[in-house]
Design a protein around this ligand. Sequence first.
Ligand SMILES: C[S@@+](CC[C@H](N)C(=O)[O-])C[C@H]1O[C@@H](n2cnc3c(N)ncnc32)[C@H](O)[C@@H]1O
Length: 366
Amino acid sequence: MGSSEIEEKADFDHIRYAQLWEDADVLTSALGDCAGKTLVSICSAGDNALAMLTLDPARVVVLDLSLAQIACLKLRIAAYKVLTHPEFIELTGSRRSTRRGALLNRVLKATDAETRAFWRALIPDAEKHGIGGVGKFERYFRIFRTWLLPLVHSRRTIDAVFVPRAPAERQTFFDTRFNTVRWRLLLNIFFSRFVMGRMGRDSAFFDHVDGSPAKHVARRIRHAGVTTDPSQNPYLHWILKGDHGDALPMAWRPEHYETIRSRLDRLDIRHGSLEAFVSTGEKASGFNLSDIFEYMSPETFREVYGSVLTAAEPNARLVYWNMMAPRRVPSKYLDRVETLTNIETQQKARDMAFFYSDFVVEEVQP
Ligand SMILES: C[S@@+](CC[C@H](N)C(=O)[O-])C[C@H]1O[C@@H](n2cnc3c(N)ncnc32)[C@H](O)[C@@H]1O
């Protein structure tokens, strides 16, 4: 093995995810004590590999099939080096800014020629939306917010979502003001397989998914609106308002900025698949696998899972999400892996990136 099934199906020429839509607080809590250890992370936009540096590992090997995604991480690395924290969160798009072009130019000077050339072509978009807003996934949310959301909810209602409330009041607000007939109709159309496949995710990613994406999204929006506190949810804020509110994703918070900046040299970035990494014979004590298993057929998943086990140190944790397709330790490895149900339950309850139906934490037995 060494090449990846999805590699052959989807094209990875452009940025798909310009920011991480997986909750790094949940991820880092689930990985446990990783001080001094080697970790592996899927790159995506890089933010969760950066958040993993707060665990004080010796090294984080960051992998992605897509050079565009790796360019997101490389740009961030330069940004941590040359920008102050307030400048950084203007550049990301978390905060409004009229000087993103100038900030981006400074950052581009501090990065390598390939990353610079890649991002130069994206300057107009990055000026408008921030470097965290230029992916296909974010564009999909932007279309939703700009063209469809106003047909359903007023700006006042959207602003009211982010007013801090006690849980019982959140329920009332959700039931009486937010979850209207029009809202449900919008979800059904926008999150149909057809539209999601065309605009957000490559339709190949739905090959293995059961059930309607819209029904799934409706359930998860209740989690984001009622179970957890929307006023503390940066992802929901970005989707509905186009930037981050009072809450930021973990790697972008001021309290972690210096720690991450001082550990950037512990990132070991590699263009290639997880399957290629495990075939090198290297080992790691913790794996952030994003939701990549869901993109594989059940057979490929079982095969790749087995190969990850060969690259896992005793007590290594495998942490991953599923959006819709069920993926958990295959039955043939049940005696080698323990599911950390308590950690899963605790972390699922606070997961602010609400799209996922499942969060998995598995520990390799010594
Ligand atoms: C699985 S996607 C999911 C993105 C995600 N939910 C987010 O919030 O960013 C994350 C990244 O995994 C990469 N990827 C998918 N399969 C992979 C594999 N087998 N090995 C390495 N990277 C992979 C994709 O290129 C993509 O950048």
